[in-house]
Each structure stands twice: as structure tokens, then as C-alpha cells.
Design a protein around this ligand. Structure first.
Ligand code: HEC
Length: 142
């Protein structure tokens, strides 16, 4: 049960419109038990990048591009208005940067490749969905 509450909290805190100025009551209008495919994918991307961050800090080299990220092109969103041309442009940059991270032919330091990826998350979020920005900023390697 506690786990369910935690998941619920993560979803509330992570939801798109839960930027600082929303009131508590507004936050609880989100449908906790039916996150969109895109929400699930985004939360997955958050976790995977967090583990990539830990690997890089530990001096390891991340091995495999997580192919499931490609679903960003098709995943159903909470609100279809998010899938704009800007969204498609940013998601392409995200996938390119995330792939470069695993491509040893790309001669950019691993930390920079990683931070470029996270900055692409942030760039899209600044235009489309500001709520999760504080969580995403924690992924940056400073
Ligand atoms: C192309 C634009 C775009 C990019 C790039 C992007 N996001 Fe998102 N993100 C969104 C949108 C839009 C939503 C809302 C999805 C929905 O509610 O269906 C979202 C939602 C989220 C959420 C909240 C999910 C929830 O619980 O509702 C998190 C966390 C998140 N993104 C993290 C990330 C991370 C980490 C990255 C980079 C690896 C990333 N995002 C890249 C647009 C983007």
C-alpha cells in the first residue's frame, strides 16, 4: 500500500501542470491510476538517465541505447495538444543526443554528451511542460 501511495505521489509531483503556482486542490485532480503512455515513458527515461548518471560518475561506460525511448514518437499523451511540431523537433534532438551517448565514435567527453541529453529534456520541458523541471535538473552532472 505504501508503495502505491509513493507511486501516486510521484505521479502527482511529476504531472505536467504541477508547476509551483498550482494550488493543492488542483494537483489532486490528476488521474492517479491512469498515467498516459507518455507519462510512463517519461518516468522511465528519468530512471534510466539517473542510472546512466550513476554509471558515469562511477567511471563506467554506459553500453546500450535504450531502444524503448523511440516510443516518444508514438506514445499517447495525457493531452494531445502537446504533440506539436516543436515537440517532434525536440524529441528528435533528444533521441539523437541519447544515441550519441552510446556511440564511442562521437568524440565528445561522456559527461558533456550526457548533459547535452538532459539539457534537451529541459529545453522541451521549458516550452511544453514545466512541472517536472526540478526533477530533471537533478539529473545534470555538475
Ligand atoms: C519533446 C519534448 C519532451 C522531451 C524531449 C522530454 N519530455 Fe518529458 N514530458 C513532455 C511532455 C509533453 C510530458 C507530459 C506527458 C503526458 O502527460 O502525457 C512530459 C512529462 C514528463 C514527466 C512527468 C511524467 C508524469 O509523471 O506525468 C517527467 C518526469 C519527464 N517528462 C521527464 C523527462 C526526461 C527525464 C526527459 C529526457 C530524457 C524528458 N522528459 C524529455 C515533453 C518532453
Amino acid at each position: 500500500m505504501r508503495i502505491l501511495i509513493c507511486i501516486g505521489l510521484i505521479l502527482i509531483l511529476g504531472s505536467c501542470n504541477s508547476s509551483g503556482d498550482n494550488s493543492e486542490s488542483e494537483k489532486f485532480e490528476y488521474d492517479l491510476y491512469h498515467p498516459s503512455e507518455m507519462s510512463l515513458l517519461m518516468n522511465h527515461m528519468l530512471l534510466v538517465n539517473d542510472s546512466i548518471k550513476k554509471q558515469i560518475i562511477a567511471g563506467e561506460i554506459p553500453q546500450d541505447f535504450p531502444k524503448e525511448f523511440l516510443a516518444i514518437d508514438t506514445a499517447v499523451m495525457t493531452d494531445t495538444k502537446f504533440r506539436t511540431e516543436i515537440f517532434d523537433a525536440y524529441s528528435k534532438v533528444l533521441i539523437d543526443n541519447q544515441k550519441d551517448l552510446f556511440d564511442t565514435d562521437v568524440a565528445v567527453p561522456l559527461v558533456d554528451k550526457y548533459n547535452n541529453t538532459i539539457n534537451t529534456c529541459l529545453a522541451c520541458h521549458k516550452t511544453e511542460c514545466v512541472g517536472p523541471i526540478p526533477k530533471i535538473e537533478k539529473l545534470l552532472i555538475r
